[in-house]
Design a protein around this ligand. Structure first.
Ligand code: HEC
Length: 192
């Protein structure tokens, strides 16, 4: 009887220690995800770190923003301009498609946000005549994020999954670079 009580005391101590460990691991995982996806940061820059294409309200706003501000160049159906890989006479490139046939999905959310906010020139090599205007004055950061959420919502599941991995890798690299500037990667221009 006494022996049994001792045994169950040990078991419950072990169970308690185990569940404390599980809770600890979960807490760290949640913190990493929270930080990793930029949800915990309020600054406008961080808004571009992870853009949720499953957020119906954001996608609905993005559909309107896209039609009013992006479709004229990138196509009403995200199809881009004809011969979008061929440079124009002035050396600039036509607007590429935003559907899965283009390369928009090869880029992390943070970069797509930055290109849309600050324009193609902000990420292109110096002197490149980018035809992509910046929208920092015409659109709020939420509207910019929404236009990208809408574009992402149009991709097939497999493309969305691959672009999510690219975004997450970029996040991890950006965090490492913040912690140790020597590890800062070279510029990803985001252009072909
Ligand atoms: C006046 C035409 C024009 C408008 C309007 C326009 N774009 Fe662009 N966009 C371009 C061109 C041209 C490029 C090609 C990049 C370059 O040459 O720098 C481009 C490139 C991009 C890229 C980079 C794609 C990649 O794969 O590198 C993104 C993202 C983008 N545009 C998003 C948008 C969004 C979102 C809107 C609306 C809010 C928009 N664009 C409106 C012309 C336009």
């Amino acid at each position: 009887m006494a022996e049994q009580a001792g045994k169950s005391g040990r078991t419950s101590r072990r169970t308690k220690a185990l569940s404390a460990a599980v809770v600890g691991v979960l807490a760290v995982a949640v913190a990493v995800l929270w930080w990793g996806f930029g949800a915990g940061q309020g600054s406008s820059r961080r808004l571009g770190a992870w853009i949720d294409a499953d957020n119906a309200a954001l996608v609905a706003l993005g559909r309107e923003v896209y039609a009013a501000h992006c479709a004229a160049c990138h196509g009403v159906d995200l199809e881009g301009e004809a011969d979008w890989r061929v440079r124009k006479a002035d050396g600039s490139l036509p607007a590429p498609p935003h559907d899965e046939s283009g390369h928009t999905w090869h880029h992390a959310d943070a970069l797509l946000f930055e290109i849309t906010r600050s324009g193609g020139k902000s990420v292109a090599p110096a002197g490149f005549p980018s035809g992509m205007p910046g929208f920092s004055e015409a659109l709020s950061d939420r509207e910019i994020a929404a236009s990208i959420a809408f574009i992402k919502s149009r991709w097939p599941a497999e493309i969305r999954r691959r672009q999510e991995l690219i975004s997450r890798r970029q996040q991890v690299a950006a965090q490492a670079a913040r912690a140790d500037p020597a590890r800062r990667p070279g510029p990803d221009t985001g252009l072909p």
